[in-house]
Design a protein around this ligand. Structure first.
Ligand SMILES: [Zn+2]
Length: 387
């Protein structure tokens, strides 16, 4: 048994403890969290800072790791997508090493589990050998009716390469899915298939659904997609596609940068299990804008955090995402946001039986936030993995 003490311990599922102590066995299983004085001091290894469970990065694309620094910033989403399509074939010799490096970086940055989106099986080996727990989301994109069956079959073939308990099939984004795809997916997946869809990452997506206007029309021209059949919906994208998502499946909506209060009211009326995933640094990289976090907090929605990929971020580090949020919204309470970064993400990925909080019997990893002596997160705080 090892005892770890720090200025403050955040068990996450219970209130923070000043000068708290975490007991872990040789396998990293939590055996208890204690108040000062409950454990003989001579047995305790003390750290300056805060101890937390390992982070959960709920949204990433490991297979794009070789695109670090390739794509221009702040161009808006449609131009970003074009650049990814043009650029993902570059640096092919570097793909394997870039994924290995990204995986190691995430582990060193205290990340215990990752929700990772794929379009191929190229990440399978890295994930199998990694100490990180991955849930793989195989993306399906199909705008043309004739492509739908073929694309779903292809996704099922790719899913076969990943741990079947921790993988699922998901539509990629509203602008890359047709109603035919949504209808066919509903039949093709089971109720335990977690869905994770990019949502309202750009206002162009809302313009497309609302008015059939904007930059996505140019994007479709570039990919030679005939969009004639689509009718303007006179409402935002989320309100247009949500009714097509099977009601019982757990749903992660990723980004939500342009999700309005009306959209949230619409989600409420659907009465379904939804997690809102924010990737603040990627939003700044692509759109130079952050989601309206307060709206989601007022409604007490389940919030989770992701880094997105190195194509739209210069770090894979959940602490850095937290810093951006705390810097922008300085009234945020770390006791709340640490839940977004850990336990909520574990719940979204069905990993909370083992990860996301310092609770007896779990094996959540142990991470030190060096320099965090109070409940306030500032720029100087650094992440260091202890277990
Ligand atoms: Zn993404």
């Amino acid at each position: 048994m090892k005892y770890y003490g720090a200025d403050v311990v955040f068990p996450v599922a219970s209130p923070a403890i000043k000068k708290g102590i975490v007991a872990m066995d040789d396998h990293g299983v939590v055996k208890g969290v204690f108040n000062p004085g409950e454990i003989d001091e001579a047995q305790v290894e003390y750290f300056k800072g805060a101890l937390i469970p390992g982070f959960i990065n709920a949204h990433c694309h490991l297979e794009l790791s070789h695109m670090a620094g390739v794509i221009a910033q702040k161009t808006g989403l449609p131009k970003f997508l074009e650049a990814v399509m043009d650029g993902r074939e570059l640096n092919q010799s570097n793909v394997e090493q870039a994924m290995l490096d990204a995986d190691k970086t995430m582990y060193d940055n205290g990340i215990q589990a990752v929700g990772d989106h794929v379009n191929s099986a190229v990440t399978a080996q890295v994930k199998e050998a990694s100490p990180i727990a991955y849930h793989t989301f195989v993306e399906v994109m199909a705008l043309n009716k004739d492509d739908v069956v073929k694309r779903i079959d292809n996704a099922k073939e790719i899913e076969f390469h990943f741990d079947y308990k921790h993988s699922s099939i998901t539509p990629h984004a509203p602008y890359s899915s047709s109603k035919y795809l949504f209808k066919s997916l509903k039949k093709a997946i089971s109720e335990d298939n977690i869905i994770s869809i990019h949502n309202q990452e750009s206002d162009e997506e809302n313009k497309l659904f609302r008015y059939k206007k904007g930059e996505f029309l140019e994007f479709y021209k570039k990919i030679a997609y005939n969009f004639d059949e689509f009718k303007a919906q006179a409402r935002n994208s989320l309100q247009s596609f949500l009714p097509y998502i099977p009601a019982k499946n757990k749903l992660i909506l990723v980004h939500n940068t342009y999700t309005s209060i009306k959209d949230l009211d619409f989600v409420d009326r659907m009465g379904r299990d939804v997690f809102f995933c924010f990737c603040p640094k990627a939003n700044l990289y692509i759109e130079d804008r952050l989601p309206k976090i307060e709206n989601f907090m007022l409604g007490k929605y389940n919030i989770i955090l992701g880094t997105d990929s190195l194509a739209s971020n210069d770090t894979l580090d959940i602490l850095e995402e937290l810093k951006v949020l705390h810097n922008e919204y300085n009234h945020l309470d770390f006791q709340e946001t640490i839940k977004w970064a850990t336990l909520n993400g574990a719940k979204a990925l069905n990993l909370d039986h083992e990860l996301g909080s310092l609770e007896e019997g779990k094996k959540p990893g142990l991470v030190l936030l060096e320099g965090m002596e109070t409940f306030k997160l500032d720029e100087k705080v650094k992440v260091r993995r202890i277990r």
